[in-house]
Design a protein around this ligand. Structure first.
Ligand SMILES: Cc1cc2nc3c(=O)[nH]c(=O)nc-3n(C[C@H](O)[C@H](O)[C@H](O)COP(=O)(O)OP(=O)(O)OC[C@H]3O[C@@H](n4cnc5c(N)ncnc54)[C@H](O)[C@@H]3O)c2cc1C
Length: 409
């Protein structure tokens, strides 16, 4: 069997699924799109590892994009608004406090369980009749020709040949597509693991999120429904291995030491999981008839909670680029390198700033020594007293830097 589409997206994780939904408006006008994933797309997304026990902090910019897709209402049912953020370093003076009210926004972001994000996105995909899905399916071979992409896919026990004018690789951090097409990935291993779990304290969180830098690595507590926090604690691989094996009482004691007592006493912590931390960057994001997106294009340190937020901004820009090219020039021009380069150029600054911030924060805050520590404390204190600096920092965190005027507070 052989089939042709205007666009093929490989990967129905958070980013590939979002791109498919962002293209829905053009599909209703005739753009043909196929979405391939190695896992089945179901209403619960129970088998899909991208939609596991983690939580994701979605920025206000991301909220605006999902509002346009009419998905925000469903997402917030499981979400919790962040109204205040405190950034501090363990055992040192100086801190920055951001408040939604000061920034004249309803919230600084929202924390949503990945499972809920998976369910909302998959239900959107399942209700999109114009979208063709191949899932579970395996791409056996990728080939790029002067006309576009040609994929050999194994689907429902059959060999299927799929062709498209534009191929989008959104197949995650270990992208097989990039590998097969010879797109190199630059990797920086932080030699750290992000340990995640849910934590309850004996005091209400009052919608505060805490980012605390320790010399061992940064630690974030994000408010969730049910007066719980989602913990993301980055630490050396060996330490994480040991902490993953601790019993709950011992683990809670170590965590309490790291976070201090100003949030109250820890009463409970849930099942723990670990994620190795690597900064990965594809050395090419566009080629003729090809775009690399999401974690396949850039996988970030989770310290600032920016990986998905950045990828969604890319996906939105790409969807607009595809839609406009298709409407103005037709299917033949879809994968033309000129159009794809204009997408890449438009996203370059946002990517450089967000990736730089996500890399520099954990690196600079891990520098040992009294001088570094003093400089960081002074930096936090100065930022806290300068409203302009605070607002710039808040806008970056909210994903509003470079956003359209109507999104700005
Ligand atoms: C601990 C942690 C906390 C995080 N917190 C935040 C946060 O608070 N805010 C934020 O913005 N970001 C956060 N992130 C980052 C965010 O999780 C990622 O940016 C996002 O999940 C990337 O999604 P993706 O769709 O690109 O990749 P993935 O989720 O990996 O999806 C890839 C998809 O491709 C499919 N696939 C792979 N290979 C094939 C193949 N050969 N054939 C077919 N399909 C294939 C997979 O099945 C999967 O569905 C966090 C990350 C971590 C590790």
């Amino acid at each position: 069997m052989s089939k042709s589409f205007d666009v093929i997206i490989v990967g129905a994780g958070m980013v590939g699924a979002s791109l498919a939904l962002l293209l829905r408006q053009y599909m209703s006008q005739g753009l043909s799109v196929a979405l391939i994933d190695e896992h089945a797309i179901t209403a619960t997304q129970g088998q899909q590892p991208s939609f596991d026990d983690r939580t994701t902090a979605l920025s206000l910019g991301t909220q605006r994009i999902f509002e346009k897709l009419s998905l925000w209402g469903a997402l917030t049912q499981a979400g919790c608004a962040i109204e205040h953020i405190q950034v501090s370093q363990q055992g040192q003076f100086g801190r920055v406090r951001l408040h939604a009210q000061d920034e004249k926004v309803e919230s600084l972001g929202s924390v949503i369980p990945n499972r809920a994000i998976g369910q909302v996105l998959s239900q959107g995909l399942l209700s999109c009749e114009a979208l063709t899905t191949f899932a579970p399916a395996k791409v056996v071979r990728y080939e790029m020709t002067s006309q576009g992409a040609c994929l050999q896919v194994s689907f429902e026990g059959e060999a299927v040949e799929l062709r498209a004018g534009l191929l989008v690789l959104a197949d995650g951090v270990s992208s097989v597509g990039c590998d097969q097409l010879g797109i190199a990935q630059r990797r920086h291993d932080y030699n750290q693991t992000a340990l995640i779990c849910n934590v309850s304290f004996d005091r209400p969180h009052d919608h505060w999120a805490f980012e605390r830098f320790t010399l061992g690595g940064p630690l974030a507590l994000l408010p969730m429904q049910g007066n719980r926090f989602a913990l993301v604690w980055c630490m050396a691989n060996d330490q994480a291995k040991a902490y993953l094996a601790l019993d709950e009482t011992e683990f809670n004691q170590r965590l309490q030491q790291a976070v201090g007592f100003d949030k109250g006493r820890i009463t409970k912590s849930g099942e723990r999981g670990g994620y190795p931390l690597v900064l990965s960057q594809a050395q090419e994001q566009v080629r003729s008839h090809l775009v690399v997106l999401g974690n396949a294009a850039h996988g970030l340190h989770p310290v600032a909670g920016q990986g998905f937020n950045l990828a969604l901004r890319d996906a939105k820009a790409l969807a607009e680029n595809i839609g406009q090219t298709w409407l103005c020039h037709g299917s033949d021009q879809l994968g033309h390198i000129t159009h794809l380069l204009s997408y890449q150029t438009a996203q370059e600054q946002d990517q450089a700033l967000t990736i730089g911030l996500s890399h520099q924060l954990p690196t600079q805050f891990a520098q040992p020594g009294v001088t570094w520590s003093l400089l960081r404390s002074l930096g936090l204190t100065v930022m806290d007293t300068l409203p302009v600096a605070k607002t710039l920092f808040a806008r970056q965190a909210m994903g509003l830097v470079g956003a359209p005027a109507q999104w700005q507070p």
